[in-house]
Design a protein around this ligand. Structure first.
Ligand code: DI6
Ligand code: FE
Length: 399
């Protein structure tokens, strides 16, 4: 299959969009077999079916590298409570927040969770997403953590999308172990992780390092187990306070540290040294009306790659639009449109440990987003009303 007559945003190289004007992409066996100016297309491809993209813009398929899109229940009432003055942390400490979603997710059947997750996946796909990360963490008991991960594994059998799973048993202690976090980790979280690994349900291990969740020492114990199991790690770090989460993640060679509003300069330096991606989640910043900005200038000056994701979850970020996350990253965090698009393509792929996604180059997955747009800045500039024309997943036009 050839996709021709398009302006290609390749992100080949470390700076700039890497634009190839009037370009062509040849897809074979799900991968990019050739890419370059259409005028230089080798004659051996002349007989392949050709899609004329009529001058449209083509980017790598978008990658949403941080979501909690499998969950049941509804938290709109907490939105109302926050509007009446309660804080996110107060709602969490009084047994609401994550625990509300845990109760509903435990109740839901695997089929029910799948149906609602697929609806959310469809919305993301309608904006050009071709890879999505999905976390567990609303079970907090062994059976429900496994149930969530099994649902995640079914998504990419049912939809043209790549799914990466993260085990988030260390999201918060379960209601049964409310003030016994160590015991929760020992008796529930780590055993659940062991079983999930045996069942091939886990691509990475995540944790939540925060006063309302786990201490750095507790997170370290989870990371040590993950590393013994040969799994990469990620961390919800320094979202509401500086507990040294960025440095902790970096010390363990994490793929990414996420949120980071309160990350210190020492944390940023450690991330630079370990090659850890900084995942920006402006949907949570916006929803919680946070005022502390993540240290963007420090990430830039230390060459820490920045990714952008939705954090799609029912509490702190009910955001179902990766394009709107890009817009918010620009408007709220002052990322450039180029940084925000790198953040949802090549840097998001890096945050998931994928070395063959998020760019358009030979050998990479033939995952493309085709836009009715002239310039890549349009993707970050608009709010709502996607300009997606079509999606290509593994070389197939999927819309
Ligand atoms: N940070 C978040 O933004 C979500 N989890 C986390 O660790 C919030 C989850 C929720 O409120 O349901
Ligand atoms: Fe999150």
């Amino acid at each position: 299959m050839i996709f021709s007559n398009a302006n290609l945003v390749t992100f080949h190289g470390d700076s700039g969009y890497g634009i190839v004007s009037r370009g062509a992409v040849v897809a074979a066996d799900g991968r990019i077999a050739w890419i370059g100016p259409a005028s230089q297309l080798p004659a051996r491809y002349n007989d392949l079916p050709n899609h004329d993209l009529e001058g449209r813009l083509v980017t790598p398929g978008l990658v949403d590298c941080h979501t909690h899109l499998i969950h049941a229940g509804n938290r709109a009432h907490e939105f109302e409570q926050r509007l009446q003055g309660s804080s996110y942390a107060e709602i969490a400490s009084s047994g609401g927040g994550i625990q509300t979603t845990v109760a509903a997710t435990r109740e839901a059947s695997e089929e029910e969770l799948l149906v609602t997750a697929l609806k959310r996946v469809d919305i993301l796909m309608s904006e050009g997403v071709t890879t999505v990360e999905v976390k567990s963490g609303y079970g907090l008991d062994i059976d429900t953590e496994l149930k969530m991960l099994r649902v995640a594994r079914r998504i990419d059998q049912l939809r043209p999308i790549r799914v990466c799973t993260s085990f988030l048993g260390a999201h918060t202690p379960s209601p049964e172990y409310r003030d016994r976090a160590d015991e929760y980790l020992e008796r529930v979280c780590l055993p659940a992780l062991e079983i999930a690994v045996v069942e091939n349900l886990v691509d990475a291990v995540d944790g939540f390092c925060e006063a309302i969740a786990f201490t750095p020492g507790q997170v370290s114990s989870v990371f040590q187990r993950a590393q013994r199991l040969g799994l990469p790690i990620k961390l919800h770090a320094d979202q509401m306070s500086d507990l040294g989460g960025a440095r902790l993640a970096a010390q363990h060679g994490a793929l990414s540290a996420d949120h980071l509003e309160f990350a210190s300069v020492a944390g940023v330096r450690a991330m630079a040294a370990s090659g850890t991606v900084a995942v920006m989640l402006p949907g949570a910043f916006y929803t919680l009306r946070e005022t502390q900005l993540p240290p963007i200038a420090e990430f830039r000056s230390h060459y820490v790659p920045m990714a952008v994701a939705t954090d799609l979850n029912p509490g702190s970020s009910p955001l179902h639009s990766l394009l709107l996350a890009m817009n918010m990253a620009c408007t709220l965090f002052r990322l450039t449109p180029e940084e925000s698009l790198r953040g949802t393509t090549c840097h998001a792929a890096q945050a998931l440990g994928l070395s063959d996604a998020g760019r358009l180059w030979v050998g990479y997955h033939a995952d493309l987003a085709i836009w009715d747009a002239e310039h890549p800045a349009e993707l970050s500039y608009r709010m709502g009303g996607t300009k997606l024309f079509a999606r290509v997943f593994a070389g197939e036009l999927t819309c």
